[in-house]
Design a protein around this ligand. Structure first.
Ligand code: PLP
Length: 423
């Protein structure tokens, strides 16, 4: 055997490649949002602006750690906590407080002990747990309707969970507003008992939310068609600056007697992006049903990642469980929302009044939350990146949080030139 090995020719790197189990794996497309960040990083121009990623930036364009979060973290570390595993469904006090934040302290299923809730790997993980649970246990056709457009990760999350993904109209290109008639018509035409994904507030990517009256109409259609509402609430507090206003849709649906699924994220409203703090919940009929649902949530989660991370949940809970810190956090959420709103006003004024940029820009002011769908075309976005070092997704979505008084002039004048065709 030894002599055989000695005689065999050395395997070249080309031969290794031919032998690889992965030689037929095709290269996938880059992630459209993270791809924008890559291009931004590679750009060396000092004027560069990244409006692609949905993360809050302060007035100086820097990542922002909330003071309430810093204090909560100090509280957590000063108590010298252990690093033991959490249970499968996570930090029990955190999930209880997360549910209270979303549903409201006086929510009937909450006070009755009928909400099954689990910690999740932020909002994405909550959606994925929900998708997997529905794929396994939803007793009707496993079809989920998403708004068109929706956050780009929704389709793969639900498709990979085993649900059939369909769309309902949401955006009206002509008015750069909500296509409410299209939305209603599509939900009315959906097969009874389909699942419908609703952005609870600060719709991503359009920044357009239904009004309270429109939510009431949507609730009636959902009831009439026996649809199952699945709320994605990734921006509670970011839309209006008020935690309870932003929970209007969820609370209204629950008060109307709908059973709901809910994905929550603390990435944006607490700035805990990389800590991956979230929750998934389902309202159930009563505590006995809740206990059965809880047991099945554990069975879904255990083979996925066993149990969730500890640190971020402790921080979030330290805020939610402490009246003074909670108050401070609410003020900070409002100040983040207000800064975004002030950038909307400023951008609108520069484009409309100062530069007289062709087009109607009222939607910049009326849209809500972190994002604005500007109406810029893929060609505009390309020239803005190449010539003005301004980066955004190809659909013309910008993160308003990436604008500040230091860069808004450069952004607005670049948009103006792009639209006038002379960049
Ligand atoms: N849902 C929507 C609509 C989002 O925009 C995002 C993030 O951008 C998420 C869910 C999930 O975010 P995360 O997993 O960071 O909480």
């Amino acid at each position: 055997m030894l002599s055989l090995a000695r005689r065999s020719t050395p395997v070249t790197s080309t031969a290794y490649r031919a032998l690889s189990a992965w030689s037929a794996v095709p290269a996938g497309p880059p992630d459209p949002i993270l791809g924008v960040s890559e291009a931004f990083k590679a750009d060396k121009d000092p004027r560069k602006i990244n409006l692609g990623v949905g993360a809050y930036r302060d007035e100086h364009g820097k990542p922002y750690i909330l003071t309430s979060v810093k204090k909560a973290e100090e509280l957590v570390t000063s108590s010298n906590p252990d690093k033991e595993y959490l249970p499968i469904t996570g930090h029990a006090e955190f999930t209880k407080n997360a549910a209270k934040l979303a549903y409201g302290a006086d929510s009937i299923p909450l006070t009755q002990g009928a909400i099954a809730v689990t910690q999740s790997i932020s909002g994405t993980g909550a959606l994925r747990i929900g998708g997997a649970f529905l794929a396994r246990h939803y007793p009707n056709a496993k079809i989920i309707y998403l708004p068109t457009p929706s956050w780009g990760n929704h389709t793969p999350i639900f498709r990979d969970s085993g649900l059939e993904v369909r769309g309902y109209r949401y955006f009206n290109k002509e008015t750069v507003g909500l296509d409410f008639e299209g939305l209603k018509a599509d939900l009315l035409a959906a097969p009874e008992q389909s699942i419908v994904l609703l952005h609870a507030c600060a719709h991503n990517p359009t920044g357009i939310d239904p009004t309270d009256e429109q939510w009431k109409e949507i609730s009636n259609i959902v009831k009439e068609k026996k649809l199952f509402p699945f709320f994605d609430m990734a921006y509670q507090g970011f839309a209006t600056g008020s935690i309870s206003n932003d929970a209007f849709a969820v609370r209204h649906f629950v008060a109307e007697g709908h059973q709901v699924a809910l994905a929550q994220s603390f990435a944006k409203n607490m700035g805990l992006y990389g800590e991956r703090v979230g929750a998934f919940s389902l309202t159930t009929a009563d505590p006995e049903e809740k206990a059965r649902v809880d047991s099945q949530l554990k069975i879904v989660i255990r083979p996925m990642y066993s149990n969730p991370p500890l640190h971020g949940a402790r921080i979030a809970n330290a805020i939610l469980a402490n009246e003074a810190l909670y108050g401070e956090w609410e003020t900070e959420v409002k100040s983040m929302a207000d800064r975004i709103i002030s950038m909307r006003e400023k951008l609108y004024n520069i484009l409309t009044h100062d530069l007289k940029t062709p087009g109607e820009w009222g939607h910049i002011k009326s849209q809500i939350g972190m994002f604005s769908f500007t109406g810029l075309t893929p060609a505009h976005t390309q020239v803005l990146a190449e010539k003005a070092h301004v980066y955004m997704t190809r659909d013309g979505r910008i993160s308003m949080a990436g604008l500040n008084s230091g860069n808004i002039e450069h952004f607005a004048t670049s948009v103006d030139s792009a639209v006038k065709g002379n960049l």
